[in-house]
Unconditional design. Structure first.
Length: 293
């Protein structure tokens, strides 16, 4: 299958590389032309624009920052008017469920199958091909996409109809923000009271406070290799993107009448931190506590 991949950021870039490693012909595009250099070296065709990327593609993948980017790319005179009938479109962006449904309905009207398939696992999983895909859309479309998703991830969940993947991803990321902020707060409390952060982390990993942020993505500098905290919080999932996802959770809570008090507190913390650290990885929230010791 010929694949078009649009959006080669921290997540999309390694995902496209894994499709190339699996032997698929891949046509790539990103607004920042320089990020496509590794893909060109690996054999990808670098398109001049999105329309050129999707020309003749059997499957189109996108990984974009927000709802407005996805809607702008596909709707109106966008890509859906250029993609051939029968093409499969897989959007891996994390966006509002309503936006995912809107674009999927427009795609279906043109005879195009579309999945919303946001991912979990972070940049390390994207590079290693071990992402979790959380998929919304038809079961038949998912089966068409599965061989390609397998080349980029190790877990594939069918959450339900169009938009369901986004709902599940938003709920997951809200929980991630909550336990990252809680982990940062607990570590800062221990250090402020004389504990070694490594010893405290080791204790909590074997105790009831154990969680993914502590065990896999520790926010304290120097405690783990190959995590953003050990490279000045660069190259991960940006604080601004986490704040965006918490905003999506707030919108979903209003739409459904759901109470998310901890999600709201996490959003307030990330909004405060984002004022000075938007480009840094979201685990840098620990700096908010360290500055206030």
């Amino acid at each position: 299958m010929t694949i078009a991949f649009i959006g080669l950021g921290h997540m999309g870039g390694p995902m496209a590389l894994n499709l190339l490693k699996a032997g698929h012909p891949v046509r790539v595009f990103d607004l920042v032309a320089s990020v496509s250099a590794p893909h060109q070296k690996a054999g990808a065709y670098v398109a001049a624009d999105p329309a050129s990327a999707v020309e003749g593609a059997d499957v189109v993948f996108t990984m974009l920052p927000a709802s407005r980017h996805v809607e702008s790319l596909y709707l109106g005179d966008g890509l859906l008017a250029r993609i051939e009938r029968g093409t499969l479109v897989v959007d891996c962006s994390t966006i509002a469920p309503a936006s995912a449904r809107k674009v999927a309905e427009a795609a279906l009207a043109r005879g195009i199958d579309m999945l919303d398939a946001p991912v979990s696992g972070g940049t390390a999983a994207a590079a290693n091909g071990t992402l979790t895909f959380i998929v919304g859309g038809s079961a038949a479309a998912l089966e068409r996409a599965r061989p390609l998703l397998d080349a980029m991830g190790k877990n594939i969940f069918h959450a339900g109809a169009s938009g369901a993947g986004q709902v599940a991803k938003i709920a997951n990321n809200m929980l991630l923000a909550i336990h990252m902020a809680g982990t940062a707060e607990a570590l800062a409390l221990g250090v402020a009271n004389g504990l070694d952060p490594k010893i405290l982390s080791d204790i909590m990993v074997k105790s009831s406070g154990r969680n993914w942020s502590l065990e896999v993505y520790n926010p304290w500098p120097g405690l783990q290799e190959n995590v953003p905290a050990s490279r000045s919080y660069s190259g991960g999932f940006g604080t601004s993107l986490m704040l965006k996802d918490l905003g999506l959770a707030a919108e979903a809570s209003i739409a459904s009448g759901s109470a998310i008090p901890l999600g709201g507190l996490a959003r307030d913390l990330y909004a405060l931190h984002n004022a000075t650290a938007g480009a840094l990885d979201f685990s840098s929230i620990v700096e908010l506590y360290r500055k206030r010791r």
